[in-house]
Design a protein around this ligand. Structure first.
Ligand SMILES: Nc1ncnc2c1ncn2[C@@H]1O[C@H](COP(=O)(O)OP(=O)(O)OP(=O)(O)O)[C@@H](O)[C@H]1O
Ligand SMILES: CC(C)(CO)[C@@H](O)C(=O)NCCC(=O)O
Ligand SMILES: [Mn+2]
Length: 934
């Protein structure tokens, strides 16, 4: 089954050209010197799947040569890597917020223009997809390419198709023709069939056939070259790509880019190639062996009559190889041969036991045979790899190729061989995209100057919603539209494969001496539906994401505070997310009008999300290193996948309105206070208002007990100092000096403050905006940093200007600052801009690049990265951004972390406190490094 993401033809254009329909209405950004010769990924975004519409996009510079898939035709499998542009959400009706934003975009040319280096807001996403087919099913592959129209490049026009089914419509738009997309015509209706990068033996063998059937010409790339460039790209740009697998334990490795080379790449396809890689572009195939994946599959098939590769792997899980393998003990009468370090249980000779036993094939258990075979091949490859590593003094050995199939026993056996023979000196590592190196390398060869230089902060991996079920399965016809996706999820329900029980991972005690004693790693990496072993997601490529420049120690930065590799921790959070589902689904369905269609989508969403949770419960590292932030983000992504764009929209609007009505009173109250008392009231106000969090079960229950304003008042009145973490005095000192009136030191206000806002309603209106106002009054420029995409009831960057505008009606400071920042569109007319705004500090809004309640500072929007450079204060607000993530992160500027803890367990664990406790953690610039120095 193919993944459900969309695809659109590739483009050649300037790096800075923006191709969204919306962007087309704006003046193009000035040309930059960076040109991307082939695929333009500029402005590609982190974001959900937005494939419901298919706007036609104009790509003025696109060349007909360009295509957007590459193919690796191997002896056993055909691998395809293809690119798709994520579409813009082309809603038929534009919401008020969106039209406001458009106006703003036109108006705010001043302050923010310099920041928009890549244009694009909202931004388009570009994605790399990975699919494979058995080489014997070449026709399936051809059909897939046709149905996705991967072979067609339109000349100058790119129809971004939503999913396969809309291909015809997209073609119709771009060509004014209703010709069937399956017609093979080299050139027709302004479309051209492309020149495709191809590698592997089939690039030669099938070149004619592809020409004939699809009209595409192969541009052949060398197979070894592709493997190497694919590996280098993965190791450089994809987080959590490489991992070790020892005794059933998978661990991701953080590779130091400066210590990557040299390494040995062992690609186990049908046959095995061993390549010494010295540096980017410099390599040598130093060895190979014809005993490889083809050998295992071929012999396995003969011996078991199994029809599929996975079936054989599955069988092996129940095997005992000592039924066919001759062990040292068999030869030595049950004794060890300790003089040369071999235990009695070491395999002396694979299949050797069969010789003396007068039995037929049918007398042996298939399970035992395939296990012995798997062990024999894996161990042998491990050993040959080690010898080659030894020959060249290489310590790092990466294994790739589809023979591995993410299979625990295979990896354990090879790791064991390497560790044993190198006496622990060399290390076996595996790659999540194991079988796609060649295809990826071929793809990268389209664009040596752009894509190949992407770094890890520009790549976000996401899982297609089918991942729990279709992970590595050989792909069938593509899922064509949302409806099919839903139907498909429903099928699983009918089959009763809803949420699978966790498979206990029974782990081995591997042997000591000369080799594997017994087949041990039988972790649940293959399930009965034999589809889940390989979890390769879709890579979202986003050149506009950048590392946040103020991280004190970017190399060691870890966003997640809670470590979900801890089993009980993981179970707890998985259960929380599971438990919150029914309520979420109900809200989601209501947010889309409560129609039958919405209900179906809601059910499908719940099923897909539960499947992900179940998958992660089984294999926590299935999708890379797992943290709470990833789980929370996955939930939002999953909602978007089923076209729930903003589940809490109504709640957000209602709460904004309610909060705005009491804002004037609050501001008056604040203004009546002395500076020191006011500061405290402001901070307590932020904390009290942070109670409005629809992601917290406890809080949602609380909301039944009163109106928004009542709850806010209650929350404020309950606030007691000292807070659970209370650095208020330190912050106050920095802010208004000691006591506010000693006058000994002259206080220099912060130059620019980044306020990372959390929730809509009281939280932002009664908490953060008054704080922003206070900062502005002290001459500090304020940037409100908000989500790019909705997540729970968090306020988004798109929504903020309207909220600020409404608040500005009650406050002159806000009004002037917002005007200076170009935020006020509907409230203040053009003459508002003629005011002397130079004298007022600026209030503006930037998006953070995220669509999650947490923030990962390794990847933020480029505009945030730019504006942060001059910031000397950050306020991180809310549980997601200040506790779940970044609680332990240090920054180069002053940081104030403000949050109310709305989860009992987190309160206990992190703060030794209890639910509704508050955190006011102040850390002066470079707090972490000075702590280290002490
Ligand atoms: N579903 C599958 N069908 C067939 N083989 C599979 C499957 N899954 C894993 N394999 C294993 O993967 C091997 C093929 O791996 P891979 O795709 O990396 O190599 P290839 O490119 O086909 O071969 P070569 O590079 O030698 O031409 C098969 O020989 C088999 O051992
Ligand atoms: C022939 C290739 C390179 C085709 O991918 C591969 O199957 C292979 O490396 N086979 C091993 C041949 C050998 O070196 O003995
Ligand atoms: Mn190959």
């Amino acid at each position: 089954m193919a993944d459900s993401s969309s695809v659109g033809p590739a483009a050649q254009e300037e790096w800075s050209s923006v191709v969204s329909a919306e962007a087309a209405t704006r003046a193009p950004p000035p040309p930059t010197t960076i040109t991307r010769p082939l695929l333009d990924l500029s402005g590609a975004a982190i974001g959900g799947s937005k494939e419901d519409h298919n706007p036609t996009i104009v790509l003025p510079n696109q060349s007909a040569e360009v295509s957007h898939f590459a193919i690796d035709l191997g002896g056993s499998l055909i691998k395809l890597v293809y690119f798709s542009r994520a579409q813009q959400e082309a809603k038929t009706t534009t919401t008020e917020a969106e039209s406001n934003k458009k106006k703003l975009e036109q108006k705010r040319s001043g302050f923010l223009a310099g920041l928009r280096r890549h244009g694009g807001f909202p931004i388009l996403g570009g994605r790399l997809h990975f699919v494979k087919f058995e080489s014997s099913k070449l026709n399936d592959c051809l059909a897939f390419i046709k149905s996705k129209r991967l072979h067609r490049c339109s000349n100058g026009i790119e129809g971004v198709e939503a999913l396969g089914a809309t291909a015809t419509a997209a073609a119709g738009k771009s060509s004014n023709s209703s010709s069937s997309p399956t017609t093979t015509m080299p050139e027709k209706n302004g479309e051209k069939n492309g020149v495709i990068k191809a590698t592997g033996g089939g690039a030669f063998k099938y070149a004619e056939l592809f020409k004939e059937k699809l009209g595409v010409t192969f541009d052949k790339e060398d197979e070894m070259q592709c493997l190497v460039s694919g590996a280098n790209f993965l190791l450089r740009a994809i987080r959590d790509e490489a991992f070790t697998h020892l005794e059933g334990h998978k661990q991701f490795v953080q590779l130091d880019q400066n210590e990557l080379f040299p390494y040995l790449l062992v690609n186990i396809g049908s046959g095995v190639s061993m390549i010494k890689v010295d540096e980017e572009g410099q390599y040598e195939r130093v060895s190979g062996t014809n005993v490889g994946g083809g050998t295992f599959w071929g012999l396995g098939k003969l011996l078991t009559k199994c029809k599929s590769f996975d079936e054989i792997l599955e069988l092996s899980q129940g095997g005992d190889n000592s039924a066919v393998d001759m062990l040292v003990g068999d030869i030595y009468g049950g004794l060890d041969y300790s003089k040369i370090g071999l235990s009695a249980s070491t395999i002396a000779s694979s299949f050797g036991k069969v010789i003396a036993e007068n039995k037929d094939l049918s007398d042996y258990r298939k399970e035992d045979i395939v296990l012995s075979l798997l062990r024999m091949i894996s161990y042998n490859i491990g050993q040959v790899a080690y010898l080659n590593a030894l020959r060249y003094g290489l310590k790092r050995i990466f294994f790739s190729g589809f023979f591995i199939r993410g299979h625990a026993y295979t990896m354990d056996t090879m790791s064991f061989a390497i560790r044993f023979w190198s006496k622990g000196d060399a290390q076996a590592m595996f790659l999540r995209h194991e079988g796609f190196l060649g295809a990826l390398g071929a793809f990268l060869s389209y664009d040596k100057y752009g894509l190949a230089n992407l770094t890890s902060h520009q790549c976000v991996e996401r899982f297609p919603m089918g991942a729990p079920y279709v992970g590595g399965e050989v792909h069938g016809p593509p899922i064509r539209d949302l409806n099919e996706k839903i139907t498909w999820m429903e099928k699983f329900m009918q089959k009763g494969i809803e949420i699978t029980a966790p498979i206990p991972v029974s782990l081995p005690g591997t042997t000591g001496l000369g080799g594997f004693e017994r087949p041990l790693a039988r972790s649940g990496s293959l399930r009965s539906d034999s589809s889940a072993a390989l979890n390769v997601g879709v890579l979202h490529l986003d050149p506009s994401l950048e590392p946040f420049p103020l991280l004190a120690d970017p190399k060691n930065y870890e966003p997640n505070t809670v470590d979900l590799s801890d089993q009980s921790e993981r179970e707890y959070w998985l259960r929380i997310l599971f438990g919150n589902l029914p309520d979420l689904v109900e809200k989601a369905v209501a947010s889309e009008g409560g129609t039958d269609d919405a209900r179906r989508r809601g059910d499908a969403f719940a099923r897909a999300f539960k499947a992900h949770l179940a998958r992660l419960r089984e294999e926590p590292a299935a999708y890379g290193k797992l943290g709470l932030a990833n789980l929370l983000e996955m939930r939002e992504e999953c909602l978007r996948e089923f076209h729930f764009h903003d589940v809490y929209m109504a709640i957000k609007e209602r709460e904004n309105e309610a909060a705005l009505t009491v804002l004037p009173d609050l501001l008056a109250e604040l203004d009546s206070l002395e500076p020191a008392a006011r500061m405290l009231a402001l901070i307590e106000g932020v904390l009290a208002a942070n109670i409005f969090d629809w992601g917290s079960r406890a809080c949602v229950e609380l909301y039944h007990s009163g109106t928004i304003i009542e709850i806010y008042r209650m929350s404020r009145n309950k606030m007691k100092r000292p807070l659970r973490v209370d650095n208020f005095e330190a912050f106050q000192k920095k802010f208004i000096g000691s006591g506010g009136n000693e006058g000994s030191e002259k206080l220099v206000p912060h130059k620019r403050a980044l306020l990372f806002v959390d929730n809509s309603g009281a939280d932002v209106v009664l908490g953060m905006l008054p704080l922003a106002r206070e900062l502005l009054r002290r001459g500090t420029e304020v940037v409100l940093v908000a989500n790019s995409l909705p997540a729970i009831n968090d306020v988004t960057a798109v929504e903020l200007p309207a909220i600020v505008a409404a608040a500005a009606k009650h406050c002159d400071t806000l009004r002037r600052a917002a005007t200076a920042g170009g935020l006020l569109v509907d409230v203040v007319g053009d003459d508002g801009l003629t005011e002397d705004v130079a004298a007022v500090p600026v209030l503006t809004v930037v998006e953070n690049g995220c669509g999650s309640p947490c923030i990962d500072f390794r990847q933020v929007s480029s505009e945030l990265a730019v504006i942060a450079q001059d910031a000397d204060l950050m306020v991180l607000e809310g549980m997601g951004r200040a506790l779940h993530t970044n609680y332990n992160a240090h920054f180069q500027c002053d940081v104030l972390k403000l949050a109310m803890v709305k989860n009992q367990r987190l309160a206990e664990q992190l703060l030794n406190g209890s639910i509704y406790d508050c955190v006011c953690r102040y850390e002066p610039a470079n707090y972490g490094s000075s702590a280290l120095a002490n």
